[in-house]
Design a protein around this ligand. Structure first.
Ligand code: UGA
Length: 451
């Protein structure tokens, strides 16, 4: 079995490497020469736990190859995966398919014999049919090519494990022959009895967007419930736990926080609303989610300002974490990229730390003082804000942080610390959707403390 992976971005590189781990011969192709040169040297362009070792292992085993030349690998491939970017178009937010279409044309011109072309990029419903049409127009006369949709559900930071132990594999095709090839590709997963959903391309494409939009909705829902908890003295963590115990709801993706970010949820929710409009099936719930999440990130900056007494002018604010979530250096649509500029606009000086994402974030932010040690954000600070729940922030010596601060204010947007303990250390402690938001506020609001 031989596979070609077109595009060595997040999905392409992880999927290609994991397919090689399955024992398949995989060639990863990318147009960016520098990227391929670095990959050949074992340099991984993204931070993803476990990936570097796996790439090295598979290259050494002779199963994983990197090239800029599509021709050779496509000719010999049983399946060619398209894993190129589908960024939102600036004009309307619709997923831009120009790279997918270009890849389909190139593959069609090169493929020989029987080949399955698989769309792995997140693409709107109807794309597999478009790819089919492009291929029919450009393929060699004696080549037989089937098209499949095979969306990916891996999470950044847990990508290798998600790929190796997926909840399900979705294959969308009209061709039994193509389905058989993909079943063979995923055969090692049968050992774990991974469910396979074999369906049409349209259904498969919608499954991917529906999954991401549903998860984004779940997060946005619990964020609004957190607001209600704050307004009434309830505890969102208890609410999430109790509703999550209902098997129909499920416990995952119910952590209230500063709003979702990343390369997927913001882009995919927007693209789904665009497709809904286009096909006259408006996705009004998801439209509301997009709007609520945008506001959520802005409200988080307002929350910091409120915690500082209504103004941060001239204040020094320490920020812990700028990546959109832990275990990644990705800052795309990260809450920190909205929160930090708003605090600066309001007159604050921001000192920030992130174990991996500093370089990426610095491309989008101005006038931030970066520190290498998380404790240094608190030195002489008027407030410390935890935006990303990196593991290394969970066990900080908070007494030391308190001692170093000018004013002991802590805004914990991920609820990683216990309100009582923080108050014992003298912090004015603000978290998300928990009753002990602030002792003073509670006295003023006449709300009862819930333990
Ligand atoms: C997401 C999906 O979880 C993957 O299944 C999917 O394959 C991927 O998008 C994609 O389409 O490629 P990812 O963006 O890597 O994965 O990150 P998540 O772990 O889903 O987190 C997304 C955002 O939601 C983060 O900002 C995170 O902090 C936030 N989140 C997540 C919460 O605020 N609360 C939660 O309970 C869970």
């Amino acid at each position: 079995m031989r596979l070609t992976m077109v595009g060595t971005g997040y999905v392409g590189l992880v999927s290609g490497t994991c397919f090689a781990e399955f024992g398949i011969d995989v060639t990863c192709v990318d147009k960016i020469e520098d990227k391929i040169t670095r990959l050949k040297k074992g340099e991984i362009p993204i931070f993803e736990p476990g990936l570097e070792d796996l790439v090295a292992k598979q290259v050494k085993a002779g199963r994983l190859h990197f090239t800029t030349d599509l021709a050779d690998s496509v000719k010999n491939a049983d399946a060619v995966f398209i894993a190129v970017g589908t960024p939102p178009r600036e004009s309307d937010g619709h997923a831009d398919l120009k790279y997918v279409h270009a890849a389909a044309k190139e593959i069609a011109e090169l493929a020989e014999g029987y080949t399955v072309v698989v769309t792995k990029s997140t693409v709107p419903v109807g794309t597999a049919r478009e790819v089919e049409a492009i291929i029919a127009k450009h393929k060699k006369p004696d080549a037989i090519i089937d098209v499949c949709s095979n969306p990916e559900f891996l999470r950044e930071g847990a990508a290798v494990n998600d790929f190796m132990r997926p909840d399900r594999v979705v294959i969308g095709t009209d061709s039994d022959r193509a389905a058989a090839v993909l079943k063979e590709v995923y055969r090692p997963l049968y050992i774990n009895e991974t469910p396979m959903v074999i369906t049409t391309p349209e259904t498969s494409e919608i499954i991917k967007y529906a999954a991401n939009a549903f998860l984004a909705t779940k997060i946005t829902f619990i964020n609004e419930i957190a607001n209600l908890c704050e307004a009434s003295g309830a505890n969102v963590q208890h609410v999430a736990k109790a509703i999550g115990l209902d098997g129909r709801i499920g416990s995952k993706f119910l952590h209230a926080g500063p709003g979702y970010g990343g390369s997927c949820f913001p882009k995919d929710t927007l693209a789904l609303t665009q497709t809904g409009q286009l096909l006259n099936a408006p996705q009004t719930i998801v439209e509301a989610v997009v709007e609520a999440n945008k506001n959520r990130q802005i409200q988080m900056a307002e929350r910091v300002i409120a915690a500082c007494g209504g103004s941060v002018k001239g204040m020094k604010i320490g920020v812990l974490g700028v990546a959109f979530k832990p275990n990644t250096d990705d800052v795309r649509d990260a809450p920190a990229l909205t929160i930090i500029p708003l605090l600066q606009e309001a007159g604050a000086h921001v000192i920030a730390h992130d174990p991996e994402a500093q370089e990426e974030a610095d491309k989008h932010l101005k006038n931030v003082t970066w520190v290498e040690n998380p404790y240094d954000v608190s030195s002489d600070a008027d407030a410390v804000v935890i935006v990303t729940e990196w593991n290394e922030y969970r066990g900080l010596n908070m007494a030391k942080i308190a001692d170093q601060m000018k004013v002991k204010r802590l805004v914990d947007m991920r609820n990683i610390y216990k309100p009582d303990l923080m108050r014992e250390l003298g912090f004015h402690y603000v978290s998300i959707g928990r009753p002990d938001v602030d002792a003073q506020d509670q006295t003023q609001g006449g709300l009862k403390k819930v333990s």
